[in-house]
Design a protein around this ligand. Sequence first.
Ligand SMILES: O=C(O)CCC(=O)C(=O)O
Length: 247
Amino acid sequence: MAKTMTLTEHAQPLRTLSAAELETYEEQGFVTLEDVFPQADVRAINDEIERLMPEHGDRTANRPGWILQLGLRSELLGGLARDERILSLIEDIVHPGIAVHSAKLVAKVPHSDIVCHWHQDEAFYTKPDDPKTHSQTRMSIWVPLQDANEANGCMWVVPGSHRWGLQDYEIMDHGACIRKLTPEEYADEHAIPVPLPAGSMLLFHGMLWHHSKGNSTDHVRRAFIVSYQEATVLSDNAQWKLIRPAT
Ligand SMILES: O=C(O)CCC(=O)C(=O)O
């Protein structure tokens, strides 16, 4: 019989963003937090991903090892997207109410030169002509499931770029994130890497310019990424899930 995996009970009281962390998020467009999930949870999540991979793992050239619609494929990982440890950290950013926009596993297989091009998540989420897709608070959390560093393809960001609005992009035929920002050279010049230990968290604004490079190591680099938006945005995205109603 398949073993049922569970996550650890979360600590009480739940952690919220400090005033300084919230200020960093507002000014820089991102903030990092260490030790959000204990290593026992990171192991349980990786075990669940191994279980899902044969059936649901992406085998395309651009996104090997990714799993889209992750929250819908696993009770454990759907529950993780609704985990109070995450919600209490984002509730001062995402309001009124909280809804999931999407949840997925993003991966860098060993010895891969597949980049995730410079992009803004909003370029994928907002349809300019459809007000139902316009969110004021949309943001993502990115939780590395292995220590992420420059060698295995950690995230890179351009601090403050969330303030500059939606940028022009071109559609690429290769790479994991195909809506590539056209100010790419500017991004490369002003970017900083965001290395993070497994179980920590990068919280970032839907407009923040970000990307990741290849993985030159012998081991996979995975991350659980969930995008949230205020519950009043009635997206027609099939994955849209209300977590906390707007009160
Ligand atoms: O994990 C990565 O390499 C980047 C993923 C990403 O930026 C995204 O899916 O929007």
